[in-house]
Design a binder for this molecule. Structure first.
Ligand code: HEC
Ligand code: HEC
Length: 319
């Protein structure tokens, strides 16, 4: 934040300096210096001035507090909830909140490193009771997961664009029960977790980055768990396959923030067993080994057979 403000002040000073140079060149007698010098420094002054204004807009956008309701919630923490929560965490949250896609959820993964252009550091938090969540209420954790806002009203850049928000109320409560039940593992992660750099602020100011979804305030209910197209649809509503493989799953868009994933219609040529084998072993029917850093098959492969079958059936059903 302070480095960004410093950088902005420097940019503004440079813009003013070029403005002053423009004036100086205009005063000279030499025609070349007069025209060449003043046009060049005039353009630079305007350009740098504009960029610094856009960056200020970005800085304001990034720091404007957000609101979303905090449900009045006390999670019971039954054994059943803890098991269900662990299952979701293992097969999903580990893809970003742990260093090797295994437990514990100590965070510390900088997603900014995967972006195609450097926009800053966006580091996943330590979700064990040694991290910030120990001071949050159950309702505040619920709000962060559903609507990407932290207890200080701070906007969580990645989580606010996160499909996990579409998980049912019941599944979110199970997750909270599990997060609370983990052993505390020390690992200091940055506070605040999002540290956009000046380029990130400029792109944010220019409206070129996602700014999060409007809050969901309704109760979400999941369909009955089972090997059905309907349950597959539910899993894909909260897992982030579409961030990489495209909204329609026909392949991502070149240059997107998330790694580019190919068209998933290819799965229609595979058997159910081949599909499940790919997600459990990272090897596809043609023998191609999938890169676990770009495609989180290690986490996804921890979904149970019923859930992977549900995804398979959903993909078979793609038009
Ligand atoms: C795509 C990567 C990704 C996935 C998947 C993901 N997270 Fe996050 N999470 C982040 C990042 C990065 C942050 C840091 C703040 C931000 O940018 O949203 C974060 C922040 C959080 C926070 C706020 C902590 C704080 O210090 O403010 C909570 C709570 C959280 N995640 C829980 C979860 C849970 C539970 C899951 C699984 C259901 C999950 N996350 C899945 C990347 C991810
Ligand atoms: C973070 C980005 C990302 C997410 C999330 C993601 N994928 Fe992928 N996926 C990729 C990339 C990148 C590849 C290509 C990897 C390679 O070839 O090494 C890939 C490959 C695949 C393949 C194999 C393609 C082949 O060439 O054999 C399948 C099937 C697949 N993904 C399904 C899924 C499903 C289903 C989900 C959600 C449950 C998912 N992916 C989530 C990025 C992602």
């Amino acid at each position: 934040m302070f480095t960004n403000i410093f950088f902005l002040l420097v940019m503004m000073a440079v813009s003013v300096l070029f403005g002053w140079l423009t004036r100086q060149s205009w005063k000279t007698k030499n025609a070349f210096l007069k025209w060449g010098g003043s046009i060049l420094s005039g353009l630079l002054s305007v350009l740098i001035g504009l960029l610094s204004i856009i960056a200020v807009v970005g800085l304001i956008k990034a720091n404007t507090p957000r609101t979303a309701p905090v449900p009045d919630l006390k999670v019971a923490g039954t054994l059943e909830q803890i098991e269900r929560g662990k299952h979701i965490a293992d097969s999903f949250c580990t893809s970003c909140h742990s260093l090797n896609k295994e437990l514990p959820l100590t965070g510390g993964v900088d997603l900014g490193k995967d972006f195609p252009i450097p926009l800053g550091a966006f580091v996943s938090s330590n979700l064990t009771p040694a991290g910030p969540l120990k001071d949050w209420s159950d309702g505040e954790i619920f709000r962060a997961l559903r609507n990407g806002v932290d207890p200080d009203g701070r906007w969580l850049f990645v989580m606010s664009n996160f499909r996990g928000r579409n998980m049912s109320d019941e599944d979110l409560q199970a997750l909270i029960a599990y997060l609370r039940s983990q052993p505390a593992v020390e690992n200091e992660t940055p506070n605040p977790p999002d540290q956009p750099n000046p380029l990130g602020l400029i792109m944010l100011g220019a409206g070129m980055l996602p700014t999060g979804q409007p809050p969901i305030t309704d109760v979400i209910v999941a369909p009955a768990k089972g090997p059905t197209v309907e349950y597959g649809k539910y899993i894909l509503s909260y897992q982030d396959c579409r961030d990489c493989h495209g909204e329609d799953l026909y392949g991502g868009v070149e240059g997107q923030l998330a790694p580019f994933g190919p068209n998933l219609k290819m799965v229609q040529n595979w058997t159910q067993e081949q599909f499940i084998t790919l997600l459990r072993t990272g090897v596809d029917p043609s023998g191609h080994e999938i890169d676990p850093e770009r495609m989180p098959w290690k986490s996804i492969g921890r979904l149970d057979d019923e859930e992977l079958t549900a995804i398979y059936l959903y993909l078979l059903d793609l038009p």
